[in-house]
Design a binder for this molecule. Structure first.
Ligand code: MF3
Ligand code: CO
Length: 253
């Protein structure tokens, strides 16, 4: 499957899907507090997604059992919501969600603090967002895909953080995961030429310690090998003739 260029009609549908997702994240952020279970977050996500007339992009994706992914501390991504997983003061929690609106997917992740958290975790969370910002500076027509990867990796390096190699960003549209894959670590090649109408999910996963990860026995949850915390920050972005547009915001410019 080649990299798709979205028509203006398709982009309008993606805007709706992505705007809804931004609202979902804002609503879920309000729930984050010590004592809540990750399954309660899933239930609320399910309710809100349904209220938009949308369907979760993740539920049943390769058999994934949740409406979103909830990953705590050393869990990098793909944490499965559970009644017995209770958030505690000082945790950091990554919420990764996506929904389908009239056939078009959206995908975004945020990492939140549970109550008051250590300064070093706050720095890690800010760095994940900064890596994303540095990445989209290169998400411009005429530049190449791996310029994004280079910018993300350079930002993580500057902070002394690890960047996960095993998982990538991706194209998005009628499928949750479309070509191209978007590595977060620098590559030896330039990658494809970026063109207006491409829609990309750019999602740095940043670790406080070693970048090495492993999969838990549930076959989903990705954790750091050293048990140190990780942060994830993701938006769906549109490549334009000029400035890249972050679609997963409440108000699109
Ligand atoms: N949100 C993930 C991504 O960014 C996909 C989650 S896969 C799932 O690509 F199965 F866990 F939903
Ligand atoms: Co994604």
């Amino acid at each position: 499957m080649p990299v798709t260029i979205k028509s203006s009609h398709e982009i309008e549908l993606m805007r709706v899907s992505c705007r809804n997702l931004a609202v979902l994240h804002e609503e879920l952020a309000k729930m984050i507090r010590p004592g809540i279970s990750t399954l309660e977050i899933d239930r609320e996500a399910a309710r809100i997604i349904k209220s938009f007339g949308c369907v979760s992009s993740f539920l049943n994706y390769n058999g994934y059992p949740g409406h979103l992914c909830v990953s705590v501390n050393e869990e990098v991504v793909h944490g499965i919501p559970k009644a017995e997983r209770i958030l505690r003061e000082g945790d950091i929690v990554s919420l990764d969600a996506g929904m389908i609106y009239r056939g078009y997917h959206s995908d975004a992740a945020r990492t939140w603090a549970v109550g008051s958290v250590d300064e070093d975790c706050l720095k890690l969370m800010a760095a994940a967002e900064e890596c994303f910002r540095r990445g989209i500076l290169k998400a411009r027509a005429g530049l190449h895909l791996h310029d994004i990867s280079e910018a993300i990796n350079a930002c993580a390096d500057e902070h002394g953080y690890g960047v996960v190699h095993e998982l990538c960003g991706h194209g998005i549209g009628r499928e949750l995961h479309e070509p191209p894959q978007i590595p977060n670590n620098r590559q030896k090649t330039r990658g494809i030429l970026l063109r207006p109408g491409m829609t990309l999910a750019i999602e740095p996963m940043i670790t406080m310690g070693s970048r090495e990860v492993r999969w838990m026995p549930d076959k989903w949850t990705v954790v750091t090998k050293d048990g140190k915390p990780a942060a994830h920050y993701e938006n769906t972005v549109l490549i334009t003739e000029g400035e890249p547009e972050i679609l997963t915001v409440r108000q699109v410019r």
